[in-house]
Design a protein around this ligand. Structure first.
Ligand code: ADP
Ligand code: MG
Length: 214
């Protein structure tokens, strides 16, 4: 499903450049539940952004579902992301002036689904997350764990094959973190490939494979 071959990535830093990824090789099969660990600044988010087609790489090759991901236009990248990928972030990235239902429904808005239809589907996903009663609440009225469940529902609504989560429990207390991980585990059981970045060992231990970035 994911195949990286000798990936290199540098960031321009004025007249210098910072060489962050130095020849990464990686294979992830469909249905895997993988964590990426490594110290702060080691390049975990850089790697995840490349995997999620949110950023380019300089050298090597990245195949996603058999397609070479290289020098894609933003339009091509957006199409693949919409069809295949879901994202969950440490800081939830919910829209503050939209309620939980509208936040979950947002990916369907970009797919041109009518408001009525997308809101009905969003409610189904909120229900799956145990949040039906919170549908009309704004993010500011919800706890961190609830906000992350809204974000997970939003990532699921476009039926992705892979979900990328960058420190999904980074802003949560340890009990809530385990709850969120249990939800991710259930999602993985339904066949969705899950790739999460974490620096917490107990979180990584809940995944099936740990990849260390150095
Ligand atoms: P991690 O997620 O493992 O903490 P990152 O992938 O965010 O690490 O960053 C790796 C290195 O690249 C860090 O030194 C960081 O400062 C640098 N970096 C990340 N993004 C950029 C950017 N857009 N421009 C310049 N440097 C960056
Ligand atoms: Mg990071």
């Amino acid at each position: 499903m994911i195949s990286l071959n000798s990936i290199h990535k540098s960031y321009a830093m004025g007249s210098n450049s910072l060489h962050v990824l130095k020849g990464i090789n990686l294979e992830i099969e469909q249905g895997e539940f993988v964590s990426i660990m490594g110290s702060s600044g080691s390049g975990k988010s850089t790697l995840l952004n490349i995997l999620g087609i949110l950023d380019n790489y300089d050298e090597g090759s990245y195949h996603l579902n058999g397609t070479l991901i290289k020098n894609m236009s933003e339009k091509q990248a957006a199409k693949l992301r919409n069809e295949l990928l879901g994202f969950v972030f440490q800081s939830f990235n919910l829209i503050s002036f939209k309620n939980a239902m509208e936040n979950v429904a947002l990916p369907l808005y970009y797919q041109g689904v009518s408001r009525k239809k997308r809101n009905i589907i969003a409610l189904e996903y909120l229900d799956k997350m145990g949040l039906l009663e919170w549908a009309n609440h704004l993010p500011s009225e919800m706890s961190g764990g609830q906000k992350q469940r809204v974000a997970i529902a939003r990532s699921l609504i476009s039926k992705p094959k892979i979900i990328f989560a960058d420190e999904p429990t980074g802003a949560l207390d340890s009990v809530t973190s385990i709850e969120v991980m249990e939800i991710l585990k259930e999602i993985n059981k339904e066949g969705i490939t899950l790739i999460i970045v974490t620096h917490e060992h107990d979180i990584a231990a809940m995944t099936h494979k740990i990849i260390r970035v150095e």
